[in-house]
Design a protein around this ligand. Sequence first.
Ligand SMILES: C[S@@+](CC[C@H](N)C(=O)[O-])C[C@H]1O[C@@H](n2cnc3c(N)ncnc32)[C@H](O)[C@@H]1O
Length: 231
Amino acid sequence: MTVALVGAGPGDPGLLTCRAEELLAGAEVVVHDRLVSPEVLALAERSARLIDVGKAPGRHSMDQDAITELLVDLGREHDRVVRLKGGDPFVFGRGGEEADALARAGVAVEIVPGVTSAFAAPAAAGIPVMTRAKAACVTVVTGHEQSGAGDSVDWRALARTGGTLVVLMGVGRLPFIVDSLLAGGLDPATPAVAITNGTRPDQVVVRATLATIAAQPVEAPATLVFGAVAS
Ligand SMILES: C[S@@+](CC[C@H](N)C(=O)[O-])C[C@H]1O[C@@H](n2cnc3c(N)ncnc32)[C@H](O)[C@@H]1O
């Protein structure tokens, strides 16, 4: 009666943790998101039942309450359930909500951190998010607010950190993000890089500046990096 909330990393199966691989190899059921790569899913026990609850932007295949309910039911029925999430389960992955719900339902939870795309995608493009010379801090922020929640991200304040800004889920709102950072005083010449499908064979890196990135063809899922380190 344990559900393991497991980080699948950014896509390259070589970036999976040993514990994640071990749990996948012994799983009875694997409940996974859309961004989990086929190479990682292929590591699951052959007889494991694979359930795709993935959400494509604008196409919700299963809502969050239904996913949580499914996990509680599976956790009560099986001993070895793996809830596999892209990157790290606690970085914008609803992992916290799922862990809370499972604990409230009396289902044991194991948390297995993963390599987050917030740092792995820039690294795959040769970008160190922090360096002594160029960035003393890094801020990771969502570019996509929950609908109806308003914009709780203070983009103008983020423009003034002097460090690196990493934006996840920001492709659909790239022009708004750029305008907000410019309005906050960030230099238009600030290096800006978009990494799509980071660490995967189809990785695409677009290098631009804050002033020009919104005019580039950037496809999701992408990690956006703004700051001196992106040069
Ligand atoms: C819902 S968030 C989940 C983040 C995940 N928990 C993590 O730690 O990487 C999904 C966003 O992560 C980013 N992302 C996930 N995989 C990526 C990859 N392979 N390359 C670039 N960005 C990626 C994109 O910004 C995408 O919209």
